[in-house]
Write a protein that binds this ligand. Structure first.
Ligand code: ZN
Length: 142
């Protein structure tokens, strides 16, 4: 397997919680090393407390059976690592991507209120859109 093939396979591994964004577009893949017998894949956990790491490792092993997955905290993952395609994937799932201005992922309005900064996970916060009157989640910029 070439490094390119490994990266393409990783690009099809979706985040278990947000199935419209791949772990590559999420900026989780720090390093790929191809060896004769196995492939080393070093991933950055997206945020301490996001509980999906076991599921992500499982998904990677399903895509690349010879992978050895490790998680690194250095360099720390940050929301700046999310690609443009990744931000689009977040919007499709109804989550506002971490931009300077939080916009409603449904109607694009900036007329939003933070409802609850402690959303379903520590990565996400709940907002309310005053334009289309619906709640939505936003990825916190870190
Ligand atoms: Zn809206």
């Amino acid at each position: 397997m070439t490094e390119q093939a490994v990266r393409e396979a990783l690009g099809r591994v979706m985040d278990p919680e947000i199935p419209t964004i791949s772990i590559v577009d999420l900026g989780m893949v720090d390093e790929v090393r191809v060896h004769a017998e196995h492939v080393e894949v070093a991933l950055l956990p997206t945020f301490l407390g996001c509980p999906a790491l076991d599921l992500i490792e499982e998904a990677v092993l399903k895509a690349i059976p010879s992978a050895v997955v490790t998680f690194r905290h250095d360099p720390p993952w940050s929301t700046e690592r999310i690609t443009e395609a990744g931000k689009e994937g977040l919007r499709r799932f109804g989550i506002a991507p971490p931009d300077d201005v939080v916009r409603c992922p449904r109607c694009g309005s900036e007329q939003v209120l933070a409802e609850n900064l402690f959303g379903p996970t520590r990565c996400r916060a709940i907002y309310y859109c005053r334009a289309c009157r619906s709640p939505f989640e936003a990825f916190k910029a870190i």
